[in-house]
Design a protein around this ligand. Structure first.
Ligand code: PLP
Length: 390
């Protein structure tokens, strides 16, 4: 049986599939982060909205006092709607459209994290046009490889993100001459689902070098250093590690990154904040005897959760209804794609049509990545509070 804290009797009243967000665990996670934020001077957390933008989840995060890290105009709007103050919103992304930049300018967001000279010039023009000045951090590509899946590494020379280190000084000097721009700091983000602290150590050392290089040239110290997000979670054993290793993560930066007096250090965690509090709840439609395999066919598919198909990601799959003998199953979805598989050769109690199945650790990059392929409806998301009401 699953050990996750599921109100299974309440689940049975809701049409599946849906996402369930355990907001008690979310609040516990947010408290753990705030404990760390208070321990270190000048540390600030902006939650990466793209991980999960469910309005209730955003509200809990807002109430804990975190800011928001957005990568689109839609996310800026979602953050504003959830009550995040504009001065606690930062905006990154390699391809910001004019309307998105204008939305950020008009709202008066804290920083634009700018990824190219071309983008900086457009932000300058639009800011001058609407009589504003944009506070800007430059996203630098630190050429730090990260121990993660190829598709979620972002800080290597061949990745599309950020400004090359050798162009940094030139872009800062150009920014200083732009009337619509105020240069405020440096931004980095090297990848996602990072569990090896050495990756963050490498980034901290690279930032130390860059700060010294800039100061030798008479630039800085800058107001803000933003190290992005990327801290991973335990997908294999969510019940043993429901709250990620925040202490090790923040103390890695405290030990290795040399902040200047008064300098602000920004973090942008997404996955580590919301992944463990979410589960995709589905039902078994059929158990099918194949020639070589037994298939558990769910009513949830890759349209609801694409991470296994997209990254080969692993999620724990648990039967919430059965305590029967263990069987070997391939757990699959109903979509017309061979990659619509959640897990292969998975040991699970004897499963029958109608059993409730939980796909664990899906609070991040689950609901936000859902699609309507096969004309399927988007999955709904319910929180602990929603289920308590009905
Ligand atoms: C996606 C993203 C994050 C969050 O990454 P996680 O791995 O979910 O912590 C932070 N900053 C930027 C710029 C991002 O694109």
């Amino acid at each position: 049986m699953a050990r996750g804290n599921f109100p299974t009797d309440r689940f049975s009243k809701w049409p599946t599939p849906f996402y369930y967000y355990d907001t008690t665990l979310l609040d516990e996670t947010l408290r753990a982060i705030n404990t760390q934020m208070q321990r270190h001077k000048g540390y600030h957390m902006h939650y990466a909205v793209k991980a999960c933008a469910h309005p209730q989840v955003l509200r809990h995060i807002r109430q804990a006092g975190l800011g928001a890290d957005c990568v689109s105009g839609g996310e800026i709007q979602a953050a504003l709607d959830a009550g995040f103050p504009a001065r606690q919103i930062v905006f990154a992304g390699v391809g910001k459209a004019d309307w998105e930049i204008k939305l950020g300018l008009q709202a008066g967001i804290q920083y634009f994290n700018v990824e190219s000279l071309a983008e900086l010039q457009v932000i300058n023009e639009l800011a001058v046009e609407c009589g504003r000045r944009a506070d800007v951090c430059l996203r630098i590509n630190p050429e730090v490889g990260a121990h993660t899946h190829d598709h979620i590494a972002t800080g290597r020379a061949e990745d599309k993100f950020g400004i090359a280190m050798q162009d940094m000084e030139r872009v800062i000097r150009l920014a200083a001459e732009m009337p619509g721009i105020r240069f405020a700091g440096l931004h980095f983000h090297i990848g996602s689902q990072l569990l090896v602290m050495d990756d963050f150590v490498a980034l901290a050392h690279r930032i130390n070098e860059l700060q010294e290089e800039l100061e030798a040239k008479g630039i800085g110290p800058v107001e803000c250093i933003n190290v992005g997000g990327g801290l991973g979670i335990d997908y294999h054993d969510p019940d043993s590690h429901p709250v990620p290793a925040f202490e090790a993560y923040f103390s890695t930066y405290a030990t290795h990154l040399r902040l200047r007096p008064g300098q602000q250090l920004h973090f942008e965690l997404g996955r580590a904040i919301v992944a463990q509090c979410g589960s995709l709840i589905a039902r078994c439609l059929y158990v099918k005897q194949g020639t070589a395999k037994q298939f558990v066919i769910l009513d949830a598919g890759m349209t609801d959760l694409i991470r296994p198909a997209l990254y080969g990601a692993y999620h724990r799959v648990e039967n919430l209804s059965s305590e029967g003998d263990q069987q070997l199953y391939d757990v699959v979805g109903p979509i017309c794609e061979s990659s619509d598989v959640f897990v292969r050769d998975h040991l699970m109690p004897l499963t029958r049509r109608g059993d409730l199945i939980a796909i664990r650790s899906t609070g991040a990059y689950g609901e936000t990545m859902a699609s309507q392929y096969n004309c399927r409806p988007l999955p709904k998301g319910y929180t602990t509070e929603d289920l308590a009401q009905k």
